[in-house]
Design a protein around this ligand. Structure first.
Ligand code: AHG
Ligand code: MN
Ligand code: MN
Ligand code: MN
Length: 335
């Protein structure tokens, strides 16, 4: 029996993007080139991860603290630098903004023509790196607005509708790339023997309701009553199952396929919670909406939230429409 069909082998990521673009104007060409560079970054990071446990100096901490106040891992920096190197050569991206850089990184030689900004979380789920569990990378592409003469990237402080593409890479048993350019959500699996991302699922749709609830219940003691009420509701009703991996990308990927809800709420002390709007919540909200689901901060659509800073945080409720609405109803009941 053949492992997989030849037709499937030929639907590579780059081929697929061209099909999705319909027209082939300048912006479409740019987008397809950018996506190809992201795929290259994914392969480079994936290659290192697959051998990290055998390599000297790939795992562990750098000893530095990032702008988030978190201890940085060597893989966080490696992955951060891979995206920079890949886009230095592309000519298309003028700025990169990431979780691991306090300020955006400018590539001056690209800036006159490169009108795009890549916003990314180089490694999502950093606590999983050293124990060989699933991690990810999240990316979002926005068009630069204005000249950014001061280099303060204020034009990035806009809502999620300004994204022209978003996606993530999941480094799991296999490496997958999931993306949307506003024409549905599509997933690809890296075939290491070909060095290509091959189409796995086209037009993924999230169920309107699902059994998964994904939340760090260890934080119960610091939550608002509304979130506690929702979790008590789940505990008392049949049909729910808990899954939480410590990497948003992995938990999101499960919910995308099986339905349910991921919640990272604010706490009494930190009302904005932990997740960052521009490179975690907004790209995943873009994907979830494209898959027929929803994302909310509890009071409004996540896609409408405007960050007040590059590293702004937001509560996140994301997944199946009915499950997101149920969590919101608990929040509104207590408001
Ligand atoms: P990152 O590793 O990029 O800093 O993100 C970690 C995030 C996210 O991946 C995950 O869902 C969440 O933090 C886990 O946080 P807790 O350990 O507080 O549950
Ligand atoms: Mn981090
Ligand atoms: Mn993250
Ligand atoms: Mn990260």
């Amino acid at each position: 029996v053949e492992e997989h069909s030849l037709d499937r082998d030929c639907t590579t990521l780059s081929r697929h993007i061209l099909q999705q673009l319909h027209s082939f104007n300048a912006e479409a060409q740019d987008l397809s080139a950018i996506m190809n560079r992201i795929a290259l970054a994914a392969k480079i990071i994936s290659r290192r991860l697959s051998r990290a446990g055998l390599m000297e100096g790939a795992l562990g901490f750098t000893g530095n603290i990032n702008v988030q106040g978190e201890s940085v891992k060597k893989m966080d920096i490696y992955a951060n630098d891979v995206f920079i190197s890949v886009f230095k050569q592309s000519g298309l991206v003028c700025r990169l903004a990431s979780e691991e850089m306090e300020k955006p990184y400018y590539i001056p030689e690209n800036c006159p023509i490169g009108r795009y900004t890549l916003i990314y979380d180089p490694i999502d789920g950093s606590s999983n790196i050293d124990i060989n569990l699933n991690i990810g990378s999240i990316f979002s592409i926005r068009k630069q607005e204005g000249d950014d003469i001061d280099g303060d990237a204020r034009d990035l402080l806009q809502n999620g509708h300004k994204q022209i593409a978003a996606g993530y890479i999941l480094y799991g048993p296999s490496t997958m790339l999931v993306y949307s350019i506003g024409t549905g959500v599509h997933s690809f699996t890296l075939d290491p023997s070909l060095g290509e991302f091959i189409l796995s699922n086209e037009n993924i749709k999230v169920p309107t309701h699902g059994p998964i609830y994904s939340v760090n219940e260890g934080n119960f003691w610091q939550w608002e009553d509304s979130i506690r009420d929702y979790i008590r509701y789940v505990h008392r009703h049949e049909g729910y199952t808990a899954r939480y991996s410590g990497a948003l990308v992995g938990d999101f990927h499960r919910i995308l396929h099986q339905g349910g809800v991921f919640i990272y709420p604010g706490t009494v002390k930190k009302p904005e919670g932990k997740l960052r709007l521009l490179y975690e919540s907004a790209p995943l909200a873009f994907l979830m909406e494209q898959a027929g689901g929803r994302a909310s901060n509890g009071n409004m659509e996540l896609m409408d939230v405007v960050p007040d800073a590059l590293h702004a945080r937001t509560p996140l409720i994301i997944g199946s429409k009915e499950d997101v609405a149920l969590v919101e109803s608990f929040i509104q009941d207590r408001a």
